[in-house]
Write a protein that binds this ligand. Structure first.
Ligand SMILES: Nc1nc2c(ncn2[C@@H]2O[C@H](COP(=O)(O)OP(=O)(O)OP(=O)(O)O)[C@@H](O)[C@H]2O)c(=O)[nH]1
Ligand SMILES: [Mg+2]
Length: 293
């Protein structure tokens, strides 16, 4: 096959919080690249995930769930969504199978993009065929989707069909990345994300939303990867919650995060974890930017 027939392009994965955007990207890539939890607003960045085949390369942009931003961090998150939509050649608009409340402005925003939009109805494992067919019809009445695909990102149903539809929409072009590359973020970014994932899994209410993680030092030593990281919280009282009675909470946080980083880097890891208070960092544009958002 000649070079001109190779296809490539950028695909932004957008939708409401918790729709399964990151789970879908991970399933396509066959790797846990983007953190996923049962809580909304897990993803805060644009996460690049590269899927390569012999004759195609799809660069996925996983994004934060679309919300009406209330504080500076959320505004930064929405800027990542806008940037991904702008950079993309086509959009995957992903909705949950039981969705019944897509506001009109969401369709207007999609119209304004003037790009091909594929509708992905996810979590079909938990709804009836009738329900998802009706949802498909209702949403297609409101916007001219290029195609509608049913999937279960969790169970891996419909993924091959979705990939075929995605590659059909791509234009001929060369690969932008080496074919064995999966992403473009440095390993310290993934380490901070995996620590943040544990914050979402182990803490409740406002705490995970008030925290961020900074990797201060990442050193690949002969026998292990040494990581020095800080959990940054919004208020003094939250520091005590992260540490817990007798240091139990931070110990559990550190242990679980270390295990998931070890799985990711496929190496032994030593994780040195501390907590720092940065009063109201979430509301402060400079601090939000300095923490990588
Ligand atoms: N039953 C079911 N659950 C799913 C499916 N896909 C994702 N989930 C679950 O939905 C929850 C949210 O998944 P994420 O992938 O983190 O969702 P997201 O859209 O990336 O969420 P944000 O990053 O917060 O915007 C997790 O608990 C997933 O396990 C699916 O196909 N079926
Ligand atoms: Mg996500």
């Amino acid at each position: 096959m000649s070079d001109t027939q190779h296809k490539s392009g950028y695909i932004a994965i957008v939708g409401k919080p918790n729709a399964g955007k990151s789970t879908l990207m991970n399933k396509i890539l066959g790797t846990k690249l983007s953190i996923t939890t049962h809580k909304a607003q897990t993803t805060r960045h644009q996460i690049v995930g590269i899927h390569s085949e012999e004759n195609a390369q799809v660069i996925f942009l996983d994004t934060p769930g679309i919300i009406n931003p209330k504080y500076e961090l959320q505004k930064a998150m929405m800027r990542f969504v806008e940037k991904a939509e702008k950079d993309a050649d086509a959009i995957l608009f992903i909705v949950e199978a039981d969705e019944n409340n897509i506001p009109d402005y969401a369709f207007n925003q999609l119209k304004n993009l003037q790009k091909p939009v594929l509708l992905v109805i996810n979590k079909i494992d938990s709804e009836s065929q009738d329900t998802v067919e009706k949802l498909k019809k209702d949403l297609n009445d409101k916007f001219k989707f290029l195609e509608t695909v049913f999937v279960s990102a969790l169970e891996g149903v419909g993924i091959d069909g979705l990939m075929k539809v995605i590659i059909d929409t791509l234009k001929p072009g060369p690969p932008f990345y080496p074919k064995d590359e999966l992403s473009e973020h440095p390993v310290r970014f993934f380490a901070s994300e995996l620590i943040r994932e544990q914050l979402f899994l182990q803490f409740h209410e406002e705490l995970p939303y008030s925290a961020t993680v900074e990797v201060i030092q990442y050193e690949e030593r002969e026998d292990l990867d040494y990581i020095n990281a800080e959990v940054i919280v919004n208020r003094k009282s939250q520091k005590g919650m992260i540490i817990g009675k007798g240091g139990r909470a931070i110990k559990k946080l550190g242990t679980e995060a270390r295990k998931s980083i070890e799985e990711f880097v496929d190496r032994k890891v030593f994780l040195d974890l501390h907590v720092k208070v940065r009063e109201k960092w979430r509301d402060n544009p400079n601090m939000v930017r300095n923490f990588g958002y």
